[in-house]
Design a protein around this ligand. Structure first.
Ligand code: TEU
Ligand code: CA
Length: 573
């Protein structure tokens, strides 16, 4: 499996695992590597061929492992290096690749580099981080804010200077201007690649090159991310990634996906155009921001469907020779069914519809653990149950601002990152749903009926089997991988429909966002003359209702959250 296989990631479906919440093997309430290993068959059954593991390295876990103190060691709560190697070996034996999280915009303040760097102005690591003097009037170097509250600068008396941290103060930003930093990062990358890992998801990689002027931001982001103004897509980001590619990535058969907040399609093309030799794809954020309110993600808004159609279509159309990642969920985002669907009356229908909409598009789909059973936001009753550093900082800020407890609860229910982080619900009859024999580190939902993987596997109409079909179709149908994209029924307020086409076939994906029946017939799609003539050769590939008529011309309505995939194949007549 490790032979040169060009662009394998273009036909992959990637399953993301948040290790502490997937499966606990030693009953300490925390998921671990042996737990993941025991579930490889499940991932294989779903059909995903690559796993992305969130950070498993040694870390004080201030930000659940995005604060790394040793890039080359496994945090003991997840197991040992031997456990990791065995997981990798067994995954490879099953034809499953594993990509790791590479978090190198910042380290933990407990990393050896930082301990030395902060000790004086004159030590071998003194220039490994971004240190600045106070302004002449004694104030902070600039007005950037940390994502997790407060300023992005913290004072260190030993140096009489401030260091930059775009995230928590325990996550100092590395100084990528320093060639020794870059070389040290490349060495850590080689360590994992030489073990046989299959690539990296690169944390906030668009943020590594800062504007050397460190300009004050214009106050557009008063609560979080104010630093993005001066640190997203900085002047040397592409140079750094080209260097990393030349020195490291190009020497291995691996894939990369960069997490790139604040990135437009134009910038994404620069990252992913193969001719430029940087990354294979990026995670864009624009569709995640469509429901932002005055407190960003802690919002009561819903993304308007018109905006979602426009935005996702723009990403489908603009990337040209580049490549898209496709995602609704990850460990930082609330559950898609709660966010864009109806997680009460139409949980199963809307989960399948959202899966269909995404997996029909061009790019590499990512499935975040639990998404394949239609997992929903847990809606913790007690605000103390939220553990995420970002959520806790926001609760404080919202209280300071005098917002009502009711409002705070609602925006946490909608926006907290912990919505994604509750443990997997495996088995209805076991304690803690088969996740662990002990109380898990983060509670299960109490506000909802709990449904499990076991239920899903026993029900042929479950969300799981729908995802299994979507993944199988991607492997079978070239048009899903290489077809062009065009939006259909552009102005329809409740239907998101589009067409994928190559020389042999065209595929229509039709998704209703309405919670009631709405009129629809195939002719609404604006079929080509050829397709009109051969309505009888249109084939229903997939639907999220089991009784959609096989004779497609009979369709007159879409039911709540109905999704259809219809194929016109010129090679079968
Ligand atoms: O996230 C970066 C990011 O831009 C956000 O989505 C972030 O999660 C936050 O919610 C902004 O409001 C990455 C990781 O995915 C995240 O888990 C880490 O906390 C962060 O970087 C720092 O490493
Ligand atoms: Ca454990």
């Amino acid at each position: 499996m490790r032979g040169k296989s060009t662009d394998w990631w273009k036909s992959s479906v990637i399953y993301q695992i948040y290790p502490q919440s997937f499966q606990d093997s030693n009953n300490d309430g925390i998921g671990d590597l042996n737990g993941i290993r025991s579930r490889l068959d499940y991932i294989q059954k779903l059909g995903a061929d690559t796993i992305w593991l969130n950070p498993i390295y040694v870390s004080p876990l201030i930000d659940n492992g995005y604060d790394i103190a040793d890039y080359r060691a496994i945090h003991p709560q997840y197991g040992t290096m031997e456990d990791f190697e065995q997981l990798l070996r067994e995954a490879h034996e099953k034809g499953i690749r594993i990509i790791m999280d590479l978090v190198v915009n910042h380290t933990s303040d407990q990393h050896e580099w930082f301990k030395q760097s902060r000790s004086s102005r004159n030590n071998p690591y003194s220039d490994f981080y971004i240190w600045k003097d106070a302004k002449e009037d004694g104030s902070l170097p600039n007005n950037w804010g940390s994502t997790f509250g407060g300023p992005a600068w913290t004072y260190v008396p030993e140096r009489d200077q401030y260091y930059l941290h775009c995230f928590a103060k325990e996550q100092p930003d590395l100084n990528w201007e320093n060639p020794a930093v870059r070389e040290a990062v490349y060495e850590d990358m080689r360590f994992w690649l030489d073990k046989g890992v299959d690539g990296f998801r690169m944390d906030v990689i668009s943020v590594i090159s800062k504007d050397p002027a460190f300009p004050d931001n214009d106050g557009r982001f008063p609560y979080t991310k104010s630093y993005y103004m001066g640190s997203s897509n900085g002047p040397r980001v592409h140079e750094f990634l080209q260097e990393m590619n030349e020195q490291v990535l190009s020497r291995y058969d691996v894939m990369t996906v960069g997490e790139t907040p604040n990135t437009t399609t134009k910038q994404a093309l620069l990252f992913t155009d193969p001719a430029r030799k940087e990354l294979n794809m990026v995670f864009q954020f624009e569709h995640m921001h469509l429901d932002y309110g005055k407190y960003g993600k802690f919002s009561v808004e819903r993304a308007p469907l018109a905006d979602l159609k426009e935005n996702l279509s723009k990403w489908q159309n603009d990337l040209e020779q580049g490549w898209n990642s496709l995602y609704w969920n990850n460990h930082d985002q609330p559950r898609a069914v709660s966010r864009y669907g109806d997680d009460q009356r139409f949980r199963i229908e809307s989960a399948k519809m959202l899966g269909t909409l995404l997996h029909g598009m061009k790019g590499t789909p990512f499935v975040y653990m639990g998404e394949e059973i239609g997992q929903v936001n847990p809606e913790f009753e007690r605000l103390e149950d939220y553990q995420d550093i970002e959520t806790r900082a926001f609760i404080d800020l919202l209280r300071e601002n005098g917002e009502s407890e009711e409002f705070i609860r609602t925006v946490c229910h909608n926006g907290s990152r912990d919505n994604a982080r509750t443990p997997m619900q495996w088995d209805s009859n076991k304690s803690n749903y088969g996740f662990s024999k002990s109380e898990p580190w983060l509670p299960f939902t109490k506000a909802r009926d709990v449904f499990t993987v076991e239920d899903a596997l026993n029900d042929p109409n479950s969300v799981f089997y729908h995802y299994q079909k979507l993944i199988a179709l991607r492997k079978e149908l070239p048009v899903l991988r290489n077809g062009t994209y065009s939006l259909k029924m552009k102005d329809h307020p409740e239907i998101f429909a589009y067409k994928r086409a190559n020389e042999n076939s065209s595929l229509y994906i039709i998704c209703s966002f309405a919670d009631q029946d709405i009129p629809f017939s195939l002719s609404d799609l604006g079929l080509s003359k050829e397709e009109e003539k051969c309505l009888s050769c249109a084939k229903l590939l997939l639907s999220n209702y089991c009784d959609t008529p096989e004779t497609l011309s009979k369709i007159q309505t879409l039911r709540p959250y109905e999704a259809l995939m219809i194929l016109f194949d010129k090679t079968i007549d």
